[in-house]
Design a protein around this ligand. Structure first.
Ligand code: ZN
Length: 245
């Protein structure tokens, strides 16, 4: 059977298959979905499948000659609005970045909440989109919504998620450490958390309703403003472009 993968998905295909068409051996019980996964493309990344030109769902028996694999359209609707994300253990920097932008990004760095079963259960219960770079995790049948994050650094990864979902941003409203809501606070409110120098230099503070961490516009403000500006640009560009396919 020949698999033709959309150009946007070709980087996901194993190196030896990175051609326009991929020849795959198929056994009698294989489904079209299995065949597509076997060349390295998680079904979460697929916008539509055609078997010999006819649109088919992934569980269709793979009896035919050619499968065409389309990429998922962007922006992709999330199961909730605003979208809620759950990030796997390796994506801590991305979780902090998404929180800086005001997005609901759950992340459990260790312990029983961070193993694959727990992630799939939580994504299901809380209607979260699971963000990961682990394709095996995305192949879990029980997982309702997942997305393969492209990029090796946090900037590229954030661009990918923002371009994919084009979510409404609310920068500076969440704690980057825990994702809790920030509320305004005075220097007196937060005095116990501050060094004397900080207390003298700054007047506008916010505090996290979840973990109590205190924030103020300090030395990193200019860099973070750039991060926020870039994020807004990515979302705006995607929204202007509309659905890509
Ligand atoms: Zn917090």
């Amino acid at each position: 059977m020949v698999v033709r993968v959309a150009p946007e998905l070709r980087l996901l295909v194993g190196r030896r298959w990175r051609a326009e068409t991929v020849e795959v051996g198929v056994s009698g019980t294989d489904t079209v979905g299995h065949v597509v996964e076997s060349v390295g493309v998680p079904l979460t990344e697929v916008g539509g499948l055609r078997l010999d030109g006819r649109p088919v769902p992934p569980p269709t028996r793979a009896s035919g000659d050619v499968v065409d694999v389309a990429a998922r359209g962007r922006p992709q609707p999330a199961p909730t609005d605003p979208p809620r994300f759950l990030l796997d253990v390796h994506l801590g920097s991305l979780a902090r970045r998404l929180r800086l932008l005001g997005l609901d990004a759950a992340w459990y760095p260790d312990g029983p909440d961070s193993d694959d079963d727990a992630l799939v259960a939580r994504a299901t219960d809380e209607r979260r989109v699971l963000l990961t770079q682990d394709r095996a995790l995305l192949r879990r049948r029980a997982l309702p919504d997942g997305a393969l994050v492209r990029g090796t650094g946090v900037d590229d990864q954030a661009d990918d998620v923002l371009d994919r979902f084009a979510p409404a941003l609310a920068p500076w409203t969440r704690c980057v450490a825990c994702g809790g809501a920030l509320h305004p606070a005075t220097a007196d409110d937060v005095a116990a958390h501050l060094e004397p120098g900080t207390r003298r230099t700054y007047t506008d503070f916010s505090a996290c309703a979840g973990c109590g961490r205190v924030y103020w516009r300090g030395a990193h403000a200019a860099r973070l403003e750039l991060v926020v500006a870039r994020a807004r640009e990515v979302v705006e560009r995607r929204r202007r472009a509309g659905v890509s396919r």
